[in-house]
Design a protein around this ligand. Sequence first.
Ligand code: GUN
Length: 309
Amino acid sequence: MAPAPSSSSERRATVIDGKAVAAEVTEKIDAAARAFAAATGKRPGLAVILVGEDPGSQVYVRNKGRAAERLGFHSVQHTLPVTVTEAALLELVENVNADDSIHGLLVQLPLPAHIDPKRVAEAIAPSKDVDGLTPINIGRLASGDGAHALIPCTPAGSVILIRRALGNDLTGRNALVIGRSNIVGRPVAQLLIQENCTVTIAHSKTRDLPALARQAEILIAAVGRPEMVRGDWVREGACVIDVGVNRLPGKDGDKARLVGDVAFEEAATRAGWITPVPGGVGAMTIAMLMANTLTAAARQTGFALILDL
Ligand code: GUN
């Protein structure tokens, strides 16, 4: 459907309801998990390792555990002190790798500065790597073999939201990804290449980013800078996916405010579709973690999973 014609200051964009799409996706995961349990007599198992006491990470990890429990998954959380050594963390990863009741393992990021996140990612069994951060899964995705990879959750969820907005065929669409992180920017670019988009990846050294952004039919902001993408960067009718979650201090004793990487109200006057923060991509990330855990469990037990999201 064509978006409504714009006037300069009113919101024209359709706001993409990430919670509603996540609920719909989670229902499909639930049905597939029941079929898996009936056939194998097993529950998908997810282990999450949290190092330290960062309040944001604590909330994320709690929400992941709750989502797993709601689906009847076996859910385990390991909480380690911020002073834990890298060697002790690697030993825990090895133990979880060897635990047959656990099919998916996620080490919450960021890690304390004395621990090398790359070394930790490389220690995770690729078959249990529900974050898609091991070199094997990165390589499979980058070589066009996403079907046999585990794919990072936020990128996978973002592409589902884009397809809900623009339709399942994204062939030839011009996409700009702002940000080149291993967890979002790079993998979402790979997924969009797989969808036959023409993809540009922008980063802190990119010249004239606003001009590049104005060409994008699909604009993904994943930089972690509050409201960096302004309204006049947005092409008329574009699909804007805001991956940023930035906590701004409240004014005059108000509660902290969450904002994305996109200046929402400005961008919504020009975009055709836009995700809000909160209520956009975030909900999809957890749903896709559940999908990855079920996918990992099915592969490890030889169950032929049918999960078309
Ligand atoms: N911290 C913020 N987002 C993520 C994520 O998707 N995975 C992990 N492991 N840590 C995160």
